[in-house]
Design a protein around this ligand. Structure first.
Ligand SMILES: [Zn+2]
Length: 225
C-alpha cells in the first residue's frame, strides 16, 4: 500500500472515529507485530471456549436494530490462565475478543505486571462490552465495534496484593504504575486492531478501548493510540 493510500485511509479513519492524533504510528510495524486471531474461529466454532481452555457461556444470537448484534456472542466472566483474571461484571463479547484477551493476558499482561509491579493481575474492571451505539455515542457516527460484540473497555486492573490501578488515576504517573499502564496499552496493539487509551482522545481518558474491527480498504489497518 502506498504512503498516500495509507494517509488517505488514516484520515478517513480519523474522520469516522473522531480520533485525535495517533495515526502517525508506524503502520508497517503494527502489521509486522500483529498477533492475529486463531483462523479456526467461526460463528459455529470457538476453539478456546469449546476446548475448555477459557470457559464462557454461549448466548443466543443478538439481532438488535440499526445493524447491532452478533450471531454467536458469549458471556465472559473470567480470562482463564495460570492466574485467572476475574471481570468486574460479565462481558458480552465475540469469540475473537475472548481468544485475543486470553492470549494478551497470559502472554503479555502477566509478565508485564510481574516485571513492573512484582504482582499478577487478578481482575479487570469492565467499563463496557456489548452496547448498541455509534462510535463515542455520537449521532450519525459509524456503528461502534461495541455494537458488534467486538470490543471491551477496561478502566482498572486489580493486582494480587489488592492494589487497584485505574486508567483515570495512574495512566499519567511517571512511576511504575503509569509505566505499566502505558505498556499494557502499547502491547494490546499486537492483539487488537484498535486500541485507544488516554493518549487517543477525550473520550478515552478513563478507560482503554480494545476491539478487533476490520478497518481500511483491505480490513487490515491497525490503530494504536
Ligand atoms: Zn470502547
Amino acid at each position: 500500500m502506498s504512503q498516500l493510500t495509507l494517509l488517505a485511509v488514516a484520515s478517513l479513519l480519523a474522520g469516522c472515529a473522531g480520533f485525535i492524533g495517533g495515526d502517525d504510528m508506524d503502520q508497517e510495524q503494527l502489521q509486522r507485530e500483529a498477533i492475529l486471531p486463531d483462523p479456526a474461529i467461526s460463528n459455529d466454532f470457538c476453539p478456546i471456549v469449546e476446548t475448555g481452555q477459557n470457559p464462557a457461556v454461549a448466548l443466543p444470537p443478538i439481532d438488535d436494530r440499526g445493524g447491532c448484534g452478533h450471531p454467536a456472542p458469549f458471556l465472559l466472566s473470567t480470562i482463564a490462565g495460570n492466574q485467572p483474571v476475574e471481570l468486574s461484571r460479565e462481558a458480552t463479547v465475540n469469540c475473537v475478543v475472548i481468544s485475543q484477551l486470553n492470549r494478551f493476558f497470559n502472554d503479555k499482561v502477566q509478565p508485564l505486571a510481574q516485571s513492573y509491579m512484582g504482582e499478577q493481575v487478578t481482575g479487570i474492571r469492565v467499563a463496557a462490552s456489548y452496547s448498541c451505539r455509534t462510535r463515542n455515542s455520537k449521532r450519525g457516527a459509524k456503528l461502534s465495534e461495541h455494537g458488534k460484540a467486538n470490543a471491551i473497555d477496561i478502566s482498572a486492573l486489580t493486582l494480587s496484593d489488592g492494589t487497584v490501578l485505574t486508567v483515570d488515576d495512574d495512566w499519567s504517573s511517571y512511576g511504575r504504575k503509569g509505566r505499566f499502564m502505558r505498556a499494557f496499552n502499547r502491547e494490546a496493539c499486537k492483539y487488537f486492531t484498535t486500541v485507544i487509551g488516554p493518549g487517543g482522545d477525550k473520550y478515552h481518558q478513563d478507560h482503554i478501548h480494545l476491539d478487533h474491527g476490520s478497518h481500511g480498504r483491505r480490513g487490515l489497518w491497525r490503530s494504536c493510540q
